[in-house]
Design a protein around this ligand. Structure first.
Ligand code: SF4
Length: 204
């Protein structure tokens, strides 16, 4: 049996991780960023949401998903009965904004990935939501396709993982909203089954 004195201290590990990430200069995105976007939400969240990378608003404000995409994500979460404070932790494949919101390069994603894997290990979510093709590709592998694999439970880092369209895609093409809502309903059902049978959602 482990001596409790040697149990890792999650809170302090999390703070230390955050400190390291906020001062990271592993890749060239560190030269053009205003802020490193560590992530936001409950450190004990059952659900971890992973997007592609910060955009302009996020880079300026230092918080994930605060622009139009983020506001849409918040509305979807609200419809599911989820909040950033209690149910989810939101992070990205890369923690610094790629210039002109371009897709992160494989090298940038690779340099940043250890931070994300550390976050997953410490938060220990039972459910991961991958927002869009970039998150799906870098987390699950390049064989996956968002158009084909969204809405299906897959395994990532040994955890139940649901790929869904990125909110930015829904803003570009509102016809994707219907499928996305079906996908989020599956997440609510799984959350109820796994964590809280009484979880309230006005719409699911
Ligand atoms: S994107 Fe990631 S690896 Fe690159 S500087 Fe930012 S935190 Fe570091």
């Amino acid at each position: 049996m482990k001596d409790s004195l040697f149990e890792p201290d999650r809170e302090s590990d999390f703070d230390q991780l955050k400190e390291k990430v906020l001062s990271c200069s592993r890749c060239d995105l560190s030269h053009t960023r205003n802020n490193v976007i560590f992530g936001e939400g409950n450190r004990d969240a059952a659900i971890m949401i992973i997007g592609e990378g910060p955009g302009r608003d996020e880079d300026l404000q230092g918080r994930p998903f605060v622009g139009k995409s983020g506001q849409l994500l918040d509305r979807i979460l609200e419809a599911c009965g989820f909040t950033r404070q209690k149910h989810v932790f939101i992070s990205n494949i890369v923690k610094c904004r790629p210039p002109d919101n371009r897709v992160p390069t494989p090298a940038e994603a690779e340099m940043c990935m250890p931070w994300l894997l550390n976050q997953i290990e410490l938060i220990d979510p039972g459910i991961i939501i991958l927002l869009g093709s970039t998150a799906l590709k870098f987390m699950a592998g390049s064989d996956y396709r968002i158009t084909r694999d969204r809405g299906q439970w897959i395994s990532c880092q040994g955890r139940l993982t649901m790929p869904v369209y990125h909110p930015a895609a829904l803003l570009r093409d509102p016809s994707l909203k219907r499928d996305t809502w079906e996908d989020f309903k599956k997440i609510v059902w799984k959350y109820r089954e796994t964590y809280d049978q009484k979880h309230h959602s006005a719409h699911v």
